[in-house]
Design a binder for this molecule. Structure first.
Ligand SMILES: [Zn+2]
Length: 240
């Protein structure tokens, strides 16, 4: 019996490997949505392959820019820039706006910009609709690119901000002008003012960001993040 099971397992493995090779080699045609090697469609509903495809886009700037070009993001591609200080810019874009306006345009790695489009459409705006019945019109950020170490220390490793691979979000302004700020509203309690909604919205935004960014740090993490959400596409994986 055990022997039979081993054979069956081997057969299944061979079939899976054959199918994978067939898809990769183009012998088996599957819809782009189910093809792990197809370019990510940033407008499509995220699924179990989205994270894998997004990590490929991060390594393929040209493919990434093509994918960004299919979205509503307004951006321009920037030339690579070397740096003697480990602050090189590779495959970066300058983002002017998306469906939301930003407090200022910013430089971002294409992977960060791609993650943003997924986050905005599938986490940020749905959260605003759920909690307030309207959309976010404007996002206030504290910047993306800064040639510095983590926490601005004089030694230690470079921050993801040093390569424009991180963005710090401070506040969200709804279509009706209501402002929800991380600093003032994270700990807001419910009551007649309804500020509890803002706190619940911010937690939803933080949790939603964790679906698309590699690292998400907010006020729950430490004092340094009491006034913003740090989102980055670096090598680590954290959601706090
Ligand atoms: Zn940051």
């Amino acid at each position: 019996m055990a022997r039979l099971l081993r054979w069956l397992a081997l057969l299944v493995l061979l079939a899976l490997a054959g199918a994978a090779a067939g898809v990769w080699g183009g012998l088996i045609v599957v819809p782009a949505r189910y093809d792990p090697w197809a370019r990510l469609d940033l407008r499509a509903e995220p699924d179990w392959l989205t994270g894998f495809k997004l990590s490929r886009l991060e390594r393929e700037p040209e493919q990434c820019r093509a994918a960004l070009g299919e979205t509503g993001l307004r951006f321009t591609a920037l030339p690579d820039r070397d740096s003697d200080e480990n602050c090189a810019l590779r495959g970066v874009v300058r983002v002017a706006r998306s469906d939301v306006a930003f407090s200022s345009g910013f430089i971002a790695t294409c992977g960060l910009a791609a993650a943003w489009t997924l986050f905005e459409a599938n986490a940020l705006q749905p959260a605003a609709e759920r909690h307030f019945g309207q959309t976010v019109a404007r996002v206030e950020h504290l910047g993306t690119y800064a040639c510095r170490n983590v926490y601005g220390r004089t030694s230690g490793r470079r921050s993801e901000h040093a390569t424009a691979n991180a963005i710090d979000l401070a506040a969200f302004v709804l279509a009706d002008g209501t402002r929800v700020g991380v600093l003032g509203d994270w700990d807001a309690k419910g009551g007649s003012g309804g500020d509890g909604r803002k706190a619940a919205f911010l937690r939803d935004v933080r949790d939603g960001a964790c679906r698309f960014f590699d690292v998400v740090l907010g006020p729950d993490y430490n004092e340094a993040h009491r006034n913003h959400f740090h989102l980055d596409m670096g090598a680590f994986s954290t959601c706090r």
